[in-house]
Design a protein around this ligand. Sequence first.
Ligand code: F6P
Length: 518
Amino acid sequence: MTRLRCDRAPVWHALQSAFDDHGRNFDLRQAFAADPQRFARFSQQAPYVFGDLSKNLLDADTEQLLLRLADQCGLAAYRDAMFAGDAINNTEHRAVWHLLLRTPADAPTASAFEAAELAKVHSTLDAMLAFAEQVRADDAITDIVNIGIGGSDLGPQMAVLALQTFAHPGKRMHFVSNVDGHELAATLAQLDASRTLFLVASKTFTTIETMTNAASAKRWFAAQGGTDIARHFAALTTNVAAAREFGISTSFGFWDWVGGRYSLWSAIGLPLAIAIGAAGFRAFLAGAHAMDTHFRKAPMAANLPVRLGLLDIWYRNFHHFSSRSVAPYHSALRRLPAYLQQLEMESNGKRVDASGATLPFGTAPVPWGESGTNGQHAYFQMLHQGTDVVPVEFVAVKKPRHGLEGHHDLLLANVLAQAQALMQGKADAGGHKHFPGNRPSTLLLLDDLTPAALGALIALQEHRVFVSGALWGINSFDQWGVELGKVLAKDIAQRLHNGDASGLDGSTAGLLQMLRQP
Ligand code: F6P
């Protein structure tokens, strides 16, 4: 597999020329006026997700150049290497194989090794889903507390919320992630130990926040008179031995080839499986698999994750847009921006390429946002009239799952109106009421927010992040940048105890002394 960094591809210079020539001053309003086919040309149906990319600062010639870039960089071979289970996470020498977690048991496999891994995936999935059904049927368990952080929290939390209309009505789901004891204390205050199941979710089973919260939960359980740990605690981890040492005998495992931020499809998805049941979870996996197949098989020019990922390159490296606002017009998707922050920034927030060479261009944009219409009454002012252009990615769902009259039409009217206003603008000589317009947006439209559609939407996002990371030539699958702070926090925790400020910078030393004062 030959992989070429985007700035070393011959077509990179042609892209720069296209940007200088007509990209910088591209006008969306003129583009629509000149091309009645623009909506059709720049929209893409993928499984469960329709993408309208037509309101972006992109013309057909530039998209062709971007597709040539993907070709010259070896995107298809790199994608296939991921699907084949090659160790493309080169700094940790690991495969990136979360796709296998959503591959049907009877799918053809390319090697005996893949067949063996797939068999392990399905036996664990069957066991985990049987456990989920057992918990659902157990009326004595009313509260499920997921203790985990990062990928062991954001995915299940986002998905449980997104699919709340499918959830078992008798199970309350809680998520505790922060080492801040206020979070766990507030959760425990609502619980009855005899009716609670704690899920300790940690790939490594060493993460300090999770281990601290799990230990406190275990102490609380004992203090409430709880003795049956086997019934009230389960672990979701690749480190089953550490879970056993902690005292948990019920474990659901996964493998080192599942990255934390890609682990929602594994045992880490147990809270979702308990909420929506085994059939719902299987539908969620099937939706993701449908998107995997689209990413793998659809021609590059008709491949939604590829088209989105290439647009990300165009915006980040030529327009130099450094963020993207994510605006889900569905309140159940309100944790999507937080989920995407880990997915995109932990994956592509890198300053060196896979060989360790410093990159001469920008990488991960900052995804941020709130659900619509709330964002409109907060920061949309800046999106419409601020000095920086921020591309917006709207997510909307055609069919509501409530019966309240009028609401959904208003919601959908707002999403269309915002995209229209960003693009059209409004001339006003006075200045303050002038909207420059020509501000880009994408709309991702689902027919219905079902388990399968959510699975497809999340897999789409994983793959678009893969595409930009692939072209940037980086390793999107490690996260060394989170390590330094962890080491320093350990050291400072000791110093907070013993007051030793030696060797610290003046600010940290001063603050340490303040925090130690009674
Ligand atoms: O610190 C970052 C990180 O390693 C994430 O990548 C991961 O999702 C999170 O911590 C939690 O890790 P674990 O599941 O091992 O507790």
